[in-house]
Design a protein around this ligand. Structure first.
Ligand SMILES: *Cc1c(COP(=O)(O)O)cnc(C)c1O
Length: 373
């Protein structure tokens, strides 16, 4: 649901596109001469790629990464023609021609993907652009050291492929003290020497904060654009992007000992006011927040009590004066007091999972888009 009447939805998700653009600008400023791309996979981490990416393009971003071809096909028409759209997962066999005809650039992650792209170039009898990814120490995607050696030893393996970028990805970048970062950096530098000279891309959000050595020519932030803190344990230099407000449906006053919610996992020890709010795990309010999370109402913390249900949560609203929380009142679930990373920590996960779990049932309000006042 987008920008529709909030009275029909159980909750309101406000996405500050202006803050996303400001975050992109500060990341671009932080990397100086390098170019700052934007990772908008998974629907821009759940926030709406076709709203976020055009705004970033208007702010000056020229390169966009998604995970899948389908995501690229949905995004491409929303972007100016000059914007580059790259698919991190590269082509699945048989989709190469669709990449080419739609002007989408693949990231080639294996000898097999290189062979598929090379075959298309031969068939069309022209050079086709691609990024090549090497695995520098994560064992996830990209040419393994052995594959890289084989490609390097066999120059025709890249025939017809214009290597528009060489990239790799860090496993531990949010932990600045982790020695794996420098080891990966060294392996990435060595890998570049084995491939045709091309712009290099190494840094995700966190790696931007590891220093200039990690920036190369193109950085690929996702999380930081969306307000997730890039450095574990440090204050967040970026602007918050998301506000999530759930709607109160009912309140009730219960006697000491009354059980609340599924499994009767919580009982009040004293007279308690319970507020039921229409957000649940089907909306990405993770069940792991049962008896752990909280909401805020006008600066007052309302602990989440009982299990998170599919469509509802129950709050201990005793701290709010009787009558203050009427049906329809909004409580904050994500705001500046309780940011995405705080919620994630309470749920035992990371901000990435909280954002990408936010469901499709919210009324969504986009603010700060270019051209809007
Ligand atoms: C998701 C992803 C990114 C973005 O990472 P963030 O930590 O969100 O900045 C960059 N590069 C690759 C290869 C990715 O998969």
């Amino acid at each position: 649901m987008t920008d529709h009447d909030t009275s029909r939805a159980g909750a309101l998700l406000t996405i500050d596109v202006g803050a996303i653009c400001d975050n992109w600008r500060s990341l671009q400023a932080a990397v100086g001469a390098a170019q700052c791309a934007a990772v908008v996979k998974a629907d821009a981490y759940g926030l709406g790629a076709t709203r976020v990416a055009p705004a970033l393009a208007a702010a000056g971003c020229r390169t966009f990464f998604v995970a899948h071809l389908d995501e690229a096909l949905a995004l491409k028409p929303a972007l100016p023609a000059h914007a580059a759209v790259l698919v991190l997962h590269g082509p699945t066999p048989g989709t190469e021609a669709e990449f080419e005809s739609r002007g989408i650039v693949p990231v080639l992650n294996s000898a097999a993907q290189i062979a598929g792209w090379r075959a298309l170039a031969r068939r069309l009898d022209r050079e086709l652009p691609a990024f090549v990814q090497v695995d520098s120490g994560m064992a996830r995607l990209g040419l393994s050291p052995a594959e890289l050696q084989a490609v390097a030893a066999d120059a025709p393996s890249l025939a017809g492929i214009r290597v528009a970028g060489v990239m790799s990805h860090l496993a531990c970048a949010e932990d600045q003290a982790n020695p794996a970062n420098r080891e990966q950096l060294q392996r990435f530098r060595a890998a570049r020497r084995l491939l045709p000279a091309a712009p290099a891309s190494f840094a995700n959000s966190s790696a931007i904060f590891l220093g200039d050595d990690y920036h190369f020519d193109l950085v690929r932030p996702g999380a930081a654009l969306y307000g997730i803190a890039p450095v574990a344990g440090a204050s967040n230099p970026l602007r918050p992007v998301v506000r999530l407000q759930g709607k109160v449906m009912q309140t009730r006053d219960i006697e000491p000992g009354t059980p609340v919610g599924y499994g009767h996992s919580w009982r009040c020890g004293q007279p308690t006011r319970i507020a039921t709010v229409s957000v649940g795990y089907a909306d990405g309010w993770l069940r792991a927040l049962s008896n752990r999370g909280a909401a805020w109402f006008n600066g007052t913390l309302l602990p989440l009590v009982g299990k998170v249900s599919m469509d509802t949560i129950t709050l201990d609203a005793s701290a709010v004066p009787a009558g203050a929380l009427q049906p329809g009142a909004l409580v904050d679930l994500i705001n500046e007091q309780q940011d995405v990373d705080t919620v994630a920590a309470q749920a035992g996960t990371i901000g990435y999972e909280v954002l990408t779990s936010l469901g499709q049932r919210y009324a969504r309000r986009y603010v700060g888009e270019p051209g809007t006042a």
